[in-house]
Design a binder for this molecule. Structure first.
Ligand code: NAP
Length: 301
């Protein structure tokens, strides 16, 4: 029940009507018997700064940030976590209130610090780690957009040996690889870049341990799109993750099943990015099973 002590979490984006996050988070909050509620907020780009200031004034505890605000929100925050800063995008904001500090009250300021995190890459790594350790592995990623960037930086920070990036526009893949090299010089990861030729993908997959497709190929309503890789390009020891989650069984997942490869569904990344946000805001372990069940339910799976 909502009462005078209820604390507010939420998600901001434009559009926001299709978000699955409230179902997942509210189920987790209820399971832990917390007096919190998680709400969707439709925020236009030109209101983003007002939104963050308003959230502080209203005592909001935490926000998820979705398209199109993940990069632009950074300039409105006080601190950015190191991985989010490398990625250049934030999907989680923690509001830290300092109720004891009188001095800034006298100056008419709100005593609150905002800190931005990016939990998307964490979500992908944790989903894959359910199937295999990523330490010292070769990872191939198709796509070089926002999701690829979050996944690549988190992977590169989590002990992989090799990263191969293939993108339709090779300049974008090159730019991501350069950013990785500049930011993670000490990690000593071998990074290669290619365009989207089928022969290049086949060669890269042959000796890969993990394959993550971050393109929207096969996403609803284009469910009949040809898979980015056919079964003959995949192998039994490969872990295949399509980060598209509508539908769950994408054309790539079907090819991976045919090849007897290990499969990681896209909804798992969505689940675990939410789990991490929940834990950042509440400082306690999230009820994964309950939140997974709620997410699958709202996805209609
Ligand atoms: P984005 O920034 O627009 O990037 C899309 C990437 O896919 C680009 O590199 C683009 O290549 C490539 N691409 C698009 N259409 C293609 C096609 N027909 N053939 C080959 N390459 C193509 O998008 P994003 O934010 O990274 O999101 C990508 C997908 O991930 C979406 O389907 C999104 O729903 C999903 N996603 C899932 C999660 C999750 O939690 N599971 C989280 C985030 C995103 P070019 O550079 O050549 O244009």
């Amino acid at each position: 029940m909502v009462d005078g002590k209820t604390k507010i979490l939420g998600v901001i984006g434009d559009p926001i009507e299709h978000t699955f996050s409230p179902a997942m988070h509210n189920a987790g909050l209820k399971a832990l018997n917390l007096n919190h509620i998680y709400l969707p907020f439709h925020v236009k780009a030109d209101r983003l700064g007002h939104c963050i200031e308003g959230a502080k004034a209203m005592g909001i505890q935490g926000l998820n940030v979705t398209i199109p605000h993940k990069t632009n929100v950074i300039k409105h925050l006080d601190e950015i976590d190191s991985v989010a800063s490398m990625i250049g995008a934030v999907n989680t904001i923690q509001f830290i209130y300092d109720e004891d500090n009188e001095s800034s009250n006298q100056n008419n300021n709100i005593n609150v610090t905002t800190k931005g995190f990016n939990t998307d890459g964490y979500g992908c790594v944790r989903a894959i780690e359910e199937k295999t350790s990523i330490k010292n592995k070769k990872v191939t990623i198709t796509g070089a957009g926002g999701a690829a960037r979050a996944v690549a930086f988190q992977m590169a920070n989590s002990g992989i040996d090799e990263l191969s990036i293939l993108n339709r526009n090779p300049v974008k893949a090159e730019s991501l690889a350069n950013d990785l090299k500049v930011n993670l010089e000490k990690a000593g990861i071998d990074i290669t870049v290619n365009g989207f030729e089928i022969e290049d993908l086949k060669r890269e997959l042959d000796d890969s341990d993990i394959f993550i497709d971050t393109t929207p190929i096969g996403m609803y309503p284009n469910v009949d799109d040809k898979a980015i890789a056919s079964a003959d390009m995949l192998h039994e020891d490969l872990v295949v993750n399509d980060i598209v989650y509508t539908p769950m069984e994408t054309s790539l997942i079907k090819e991976a099943v045919k090849a007897n490869a290990e499969v990681v569904y896209g909804y798992k990344m969505l689940l675990y990015q939410g789990i991490r946000s929940f834990e950042i805001w509440l400082g306690r372990e999230a009820p994964v099973d309950v939140m997974e069940k709620a997410l699958l339910n709202v996805l209609g799976i």
